[in-house]
Design a protein around this ligand. Structure first.
Ligand SMILES: NC(=O)c1ccc[n+]([C@@H]2O[C@H](COP(=O)([O-])OP(=O)(O)OC[C@H]3O[C@@H](n4cnc5c(N)ncnc54)[C@H](OP(=O)(O)O)[C@@H]3O)[C@@H](O)[C@H]2O)c1
Length: 309
C-alpha cells in the first residue's frame, strides 16, 4: 500500500510518500481502508522530535492519529464490526497512523461513522471533539450561564469547543485574528477578541473557565481573567518553569484518552446540530509534508484533511 513514512526526526524532508506492507488485523483489531485522515499540530511536533518524551516512534513511522474509512478486515474476537462498515477513530500516540491507504487499530477505539458525515468531516471532528469533550465536559464541567474564554476559536480544537460551549449555554469569548471573527461568530462565539490588536486579559470579563489551546505566554496571562474558583483547562504547555501565580483557581491538563464512547458523543452532538463540521481544507495524502508546514505556521482555519481515496 501507499503511505507517508517518517524516516527519522527532522524537517518535512523526513516524510516520504512510498510503498510499504499492508497492516494485519491482530486479535481485537480491525484493518480500515482509510478515506480521510486528519492533520494535527502533534504530527509535525512528533516529526521534529518535540514529543520524544511521551511518544516513542520506531522508524519508519506512519503519522496520523484520527481518520475515517471502511473496515477491510476484522481480527479474532472482533464481533462489533464487519468488513464494509464505515468507521472513524482516534488511534493512540506512537502506533502506526492513518497517513496510509490502510491502518490497523483496536476495534474498541473505533465508532460507526454516520452517513450524514463525510469521511473528511468525521475525521475533522474526531480528535478535536474528543479533546474538547474531555476538557470541557469531563474535566472543567462547564455549566449553563458560565462565562468561558476559549483561545484560538478558529482552530481545530477551539472551533469544536466554541460550538460545544455555546450549546451548553455558556457565554463564549474567543481569541482569533480579525480575519477569522466572522467564522468564529458563525460557530457560535458571542464575542471575538482580536489577539493581535487587544490584550485578551483586558478585553475579556472575569471568566469561570479558560480553555487554553495555545500555551506559553497565553497560558501565563490567562490566570488574570479567571474568577476566584475558576478553572483553567489547557492542552498546550505554559512557559518553561512556569508556576501558577494563583492558588484560588483550578488548573487542569486533561488526559485525552481515546475511546468509542466519546466518539459516540461527538456523533450525538453532530446529529442534533449542536456541533457542525469545521471549515475543511482538503489536500492529497501525497502532499502531507507541505500540509504539515501549513499547520506549523499556526493559522489553519478549521482543519486540514488529507484525502486518501
Ligand atoms: N491531546 C491533547 O492534549 C491535544 C489534542 C489536540 C491538540 N492539542 C494541542 O492543542 C493545540 C491546538 O491544536 P489545534 O489542532 O486546535 O491547532 P490548530 O487548528 O492548528 O490552531 C490554529 C489556529 O490557532 C489560531 N491562533 C494562532 N495563534 C493564536 C493566538 N496567539 N491566539 C489565538 N489564536 C491563535 C489561528 O487563528 P488565527 O489565524 O486567527 O490566528 C488558527 O486558526 C496544539 O498545540 C496541539 O498540539 C493537544
Amino acid at each position: 500500500m501507499k503511505a507517508v513514512l517518517m524516516r527519522g526526526y527532522g524537517g518535512p524532508e523526513v516524510l516520504e510518500y512510498a510503498d510499504t506492507r499492508d497492516p494485519q488485523a491482530e486479535p481485537g483489531e480491525i484493518v480500515v481502508d482509510v478515506h480521510a485522515v486528519s492533520l494535527n499540530p502533534a504530527d509535525w511536533k512528533v516529526r521534529e522530535g518535540l514529543r520524544k518524551g511521551d511518544v516513542k516512534a520506531r522508524f519508519p513511522h506512519i503519522p496520523g492519529r484520527d481518520f475515517s474509512g471502511v473496515v477491510r478486515k476484522t481480527g479474532a474476537g472482533v464481533s462489533d464490526f464487519q468488513p464494509g462498515d464505515p468507521v472513524f477513530a482516534v488511534n493512540e500516540q506512537g502506533c502506526e497512523g492513518g497517513y496510509a491507504e490502510a491502518v490497523a487499530i483496536p476495534a474498541a477505539l473505533a465508532a460507526p461513522k454516520p452517513d450524514f458525515l463525510s469521511h473528511a468531516q468525521a475525521s475533522a471532528l474526531a480528535m478535536t471533539g474528543l479533546t474538547s469533550l474531555r476538557a470541557l465536559e469531563d474535566e472543567a464541567k462547564l455549566r449553563a450561564g458560565e462565562t468561558i474564554l476559549i483561545h484560538a476559536g478558529a482552530g481545530g480544537v477551539g472551533g469544536f469547543a466554541v460550538q460545544y460551549a455555546k450549546h451548553m449555554g455558556a457565554v463564549v469569548y474567543t481569541t482569533a485574528s480579525a480575519a477569522n471573527h466572522e467564522y468564529v461568530k458563525e460557530l457560535g462565539a458571542h464575542h471575538a477578541i482580536d489577539y493581535g490588536q487587544e490584550d485578551f486579559a483586558e478585553a475579556a470579563p472575569p471568566c469561570d473557565v479558560v480553555f487554553d489551546t495555545i500555551g506559553g505566554e497565553v497560558h501565563a496571562r490567562s490566570f488574570a481573567v479567571l474568577k476566584p474558583g475558576g478553572r483553567l483547562v489547557h492542552i498546550a504547555a505554559g512557559p518553561p518553569g512556569f508556576t501558577p501565580p494563583r492558588e484560588d483557581v483550578c488548573v487542569i491538563r486533561p488526559d485525552v484518552r481515546r475511546d468509542r464512547a466519546h466518539l459516540g458523543r461527538i456523533v450525538e452532538l453532530a446529529a442534533s446540530g449542536a456541533v457542525r463540521p469545521p471549515y475543511i481544507k482538503e489536500m492529497p495524502l501525497a502532499d502531507a509534508a507541505a500540509a504539515q508546514e501549513i499547520s506549523k505556521a499556526g493559522h489553519v482555519r478549521g482543519k486540514i484533511i488529507l484525502r486518501v481515496r
